[in-house]
Design a protein around this ligand. Structure first.
Ligand code: BG6
Length: 319
C-alpha cells in the first residue's frame, strides 16, 4: 500500500470491531462528521453531523446478531423488497457477511472524497440454494467532505448458464427524527402509491405534504429524484437524492405494530421514519454480464423553515 493510501486509511477510514465483536468500518471527515458501516449486512448504522448528533435511527433493541438484520441504519433489501415467494422478507443481503472489496473496478467519483469504503457480496453455496443466481454486488459507502452520506450499489449478473435474473431493491433508510408527529415529507404529494397496509392497492396521494398520525407503509411510484424530510422540532431537513431507483417507500409502524416487532422499542416509532430509495413496481432484469447501478445520497441541512411557510421549491432546489 502506498503511503498516501495508508494515510487515507488512518485518518478517514478506520477498521475496528463493533457490537458483539462484529467488523465495522468508521468513516470520518475533517469537519468532524462520521459514519459507521457493519460488514454484517453491508449496513450503515450511524451517520453523525459535525456536532456529533446522530442522524440515523437504530433501535435500542437491535440485536447485532446473525441471522437477524440490524434494526436501524440503512439495511439493504436485495434481491427483493417485501415478501414474495420463498425468499425471506426484504431478501438476504441484509443478513449476510459482506467483505471488503480491495480492488473494485473503476468508479467515476469525485476525487475529493477520501472517506469511503468498498464492500462486496457474492453468493455462497448455501445462498445459491435459495436464489439460484450468481452475482457480484458492490457497495460503496462514502462520507463526503461536507458530511453527505452516499451509497452506490453496482449489481452484476455473473451467471455462466446464460440466465437473466430479476430483482427488486431498497435502501431501507431509518432516519432519526425528534418527534414523528412534527415531521413532514415533501416531494411525494400528488403521486401514485401502493399501500402495503391494503394489499398493495394503488392510490393517489392528495396535494398536501405528507404528515404522520398513524401507521404508514406506502410505496410511492416514479417519484422525483429529490425528497425532503423536515424535522420541524429540530429545524433540520434531510434531503434524499436518488438515481436508478424510481420508487420511494415511506414506513412508520406506529404504536401497535411497534409492540409486535421484537427488536423495536414500544415508543421508538416516535423517533424514526423510514424513507427508502427503492425499485419495487418495475423489477430490474439483468442479462449475464450486465450491471445495474443505484444510488442514494443523504444530506442534513438546517431548515430555513417556519411552520406553514415552507416553500418546497426552495428545499428541493439545487444540485
Ligand atoms: C418496510 C415495509 O420497508 O419494512 C414494511 O414497507 C415492513 O412492510 C418494514 O414491515 C419492516 O420490515 P422488517 O422485515 O425489517 O421487519
Amino acid at each position: 500500500m502506498s503511503s498516501g493510501a495508508r494515510e487515507r486509511e488512518k485518518v478517514f477510514v478506520e477498521h475496528c470491531k463493533g457490537a458483539n465483536g462484529l467488523d465495522k468500518v468508521v468513516l470520518r471527515e475533517v469537519r468532524g462528521t462520521s459514519a459507521e458501516v457493519y460488514l454484517y449486512g453491508g449496513q450503515v448504522t450511524s451517520w453523525k453531523n459535525e456536532y456529533g448528533e446522530e442522524l440515523l435511527f437504530v433501535s435500542s433493541k437491535a440485536t447485532f446478531k446473525s441471522p437477524k438484520a440490524i434494526r436501524g441504519g440503512i439495511p439493504i433489501c436485495f434481491p427483493q423488497f417485501g415478501s414474495h415467494g420463498s425468499l425471506e422478507q426484504h431478501g438476504f443481503a441484509r443478513n449476510r457477511f459482506w467483505s471488503i472489496d480491495h480492488d473494485p473496478p473503476p468508479f467515476p467519483t469525485n476525487s475529493g472524497n477520501k472517506a469511503f469504503i468498498d464492500l462486496i457480496l457474492k453468493p455462497s453455496e448455501e445462498d445459491s440454494k435459495i436464489w439460484s443466481h450468481r452475482y457480484e454486488f458492490r457497495l460503496r459507502v462514502t462520507l463526503g467532505p461536507g458530511g453527505d452520506l452516499m451509497l452506490t450499489s453496482r449489481i452484476r449478473n455473473t451467471n455462466t448458464d446464460g440466465k437473466s435474473f430479476t430483482f427488486t431493491f431498497a435502501y431501507h433508510t431509518y432516519l432519526f427524527v425528534t418527534d414523528i408527529s412534527e415531521v413532514r415529507v415533501e416531494g411525494l404529494e400528488t403521486l401514485d402509491y401502493l399501500d402495503n397496509l391494503k394489499g398493495r392497492e394503488r392510490f393517489t396521494e392528495q396535494g398536501d405534504a405528507i404528515t404522520f398520525e398513524s401507521e404508514v407503509d406506502k410505496i410511492y411510484l416514479s417519484t422525483p429524484t429529490k425528497i425532503a424530510i423536515l424535522d420541524h422540532e429540530r429545524k433540520r431537513t434531510f434531503v434524499l437524492r436518488k438515481d436508478g431507483l424510481p420508487d420511494a417507500v415511506v414506513w412508520n409502524p406506529w404504536d401497535k405494530k411497534a409492540k409486535a416487532i421484537s427488536d423495536f422499542g414500544d415508543d421508538e416509532y416516535k423517533h424514526m421514519l423510514c424513507v427508502e430509495a427503492a425499485c419495487v413496481e418495475k423489477p430490474i432484469t439483468l442479462k449475464p454480464g450486465e450491471e445495474w447501478k443505484g444510488r442514494q445520497e443523504l444530506s442534513a441541512v438546517p431548515s430555513s423553515y417556519c411552520s406553514g411557510q415552507l416553500d418546497p421549491c426552495k428545499v428541493l432546489q439545487g444540485g
